[in-house]
Design a protein around this ligand. Structure first.
Ligand code: HEC
Ligand code: HEC
Length: 330
């Protein structure tokens, strides 16, 4: 007779095999050595402090909406019902608690392929799949040059990650890889940058617009690549009012279709709402936290983002109504 333990045991063996397998598939860090030049540092700074907003997660206090300027990129901890406790690491050049001791290849592998120095797969809250798909080689190296020289080293060790059983299971089975890391992710991909729509799409990955604003009709966390940008994800953080991500598809009634380029410019650059609420005409947290990083976007980049959103399939999805219904139910 088969023991009741067989199935869990097989599952456990399979899981641990996968957990080893994924970093293998990604391969060892490269031996590259990034030369630090003023041009590289400037480009890295524009990306990291701008559209990619590393500090929106890695700065202590960022998730409470109160980033500490003396703890820039020094790490934090964030709680979520589904995933549990997630430590956001210190990525300042401090040698003991930050990335000061990492090689350039290790940094590049973590940022673009989601495997850290201990060969562990990083949870996808760290948007490595977006970064890996959307960054050029030169930009990755610029980020490394910036991380080495820009931020002040800060000695700070955030609390340790403690994932829920559900989240650990998803992580260890490699499902995360299959969901997020699509080809041509594993090849040395250079993003297409020929047309405004292509350039805008690439910025929408670097800025994670595609993560928050994606519409998951059935199952949150379902494959997001290619999901329409029709919004609807609820951002619920203890101590803050729930907000729902807006519909950015060109639907005339419920999306961005009825608004001019000027109105969209003011929304993306300054956070001015397309549909003012009785209490405010500005977007709320966490969109506002992203907007503070949009000041480094050029007018052309904003025009590219608008072109990309306008080129998406229109989906009717009334977020304002949805939020009202939610508030009434509470
Ligand atoms: C949306 C939040 C978010 C953003 C934006 C973000 N990160 Fe992360 N990052 C994380 C989280 C969370 C982890 C830890 C994941 C884990 O431990 O599984 C992480 C891990 C890392 C690591 C691995 C460090 C270690 O000690 O294991 C590096 C390197 C890193 N991030 C660099 C960056 C850089 C550079 C940027 C900006 C270009 C950036 N991150 C933007 C959330 C973010
Ligand atoms: C961390 C999640 C998150 C990310 C990343 C994000 N957004 Fe948002 N966005 C939101 C939320 C939530 C709202 C709704 C805010 C509100 O209702 O106050 C919003 C609102 C907006 C609005 C206003 C829509 C309206 O109807 O007024 C625009 C425009 C927008 N986002 C564009 C972008 C762009 C462009 C990017 C990428 C460069 C981006 N967002 C990245 C969460 C996000």
């Amino acid at each position: 007779m088969r023991s009741k333990l067989t199935i869990p045991l097989c599952a456990a063996l399979l899981l641990s095999a996968c957990a080893v397998f994924i970093p293998r598939r990604v391969g060892p860090p490269s031996e590259v050595s990034v030369e630090i030049t003023p041009e590289r540092v400037a480009l890295g700074m524009k990306l990291a402090e701008g559209i990619m907003a590393c500090g929106a997660c890695h700065t202590t206090g960022a998730f409470e909406g109160d980033p500490r300027s003396d703890m820039y990129l020094a790490g934090d901890v964030v709680f979520s019902k589904m995933e549990g406790k997630i430590a956001v690491p210190n990525i300042t050049p401090d040698k003991e608690t930050g990335i000061g001791d990492w090689t350039d290849g290790e940094l590049i592998r973590a940022i673009t392929k989601g495997v850290n120095r201990d060969n562990r797969l990083l949870v996808p809250l760290m948007p490595w799949a977006d970064f890996g798909a959307a960054l050029t080689r030169e930009e990755v190296e610029a980020l490394v040059a910036y991380l080495r020289t820009g931020p002040a080293p800060v000695r700070h060790m955030p609390e340790e990650t403690d994932l829920t059983t559900f989240a650990s299971l998803i992580m260890s089975t490699g499902m995360v890889y299959n969901m997020f890391a699509k080809e041509p992710f594993f090849s040395d991909y250079e993003p297409r940058l020929g047309t405004p729509v292509e350039r805008g799409e690439r910025l929408a990955y670097l800025g994670m617009c595609v993560d928050c604003h994606a519409y998951f009709p059935k199952f949150p966390g379902a494959p997001k690549f290619g999901a329409p940008l029709a919004g609807g994800s609820v951002i619920a953080v203890p101590g803050r009012p729930d907000v729902i991500c807006s519909n950015l598809t060109p639907d005339m009634e419920t999306g961005i279709g009825g608004f001019s380029d000027e109105e969209l410019y003011d929304a993306i650059k300054y956070g001015k709402r397309l549909r003012p609420l009785p209490e405010t005409d500005m977007v709320r947290w966490p969109m506002m936290a992203r907007i503070t990083h949009h000041t480094t976007l050029t007018d052309e980049e904003i025009a590219d983002l608008i072109a990309y959103f306008r080129a998406q399939p229109a989906v009717e999805h009334d977020i304002v109504q949805k939020e009202r219904e939610r508030a009434e139910k509470k």
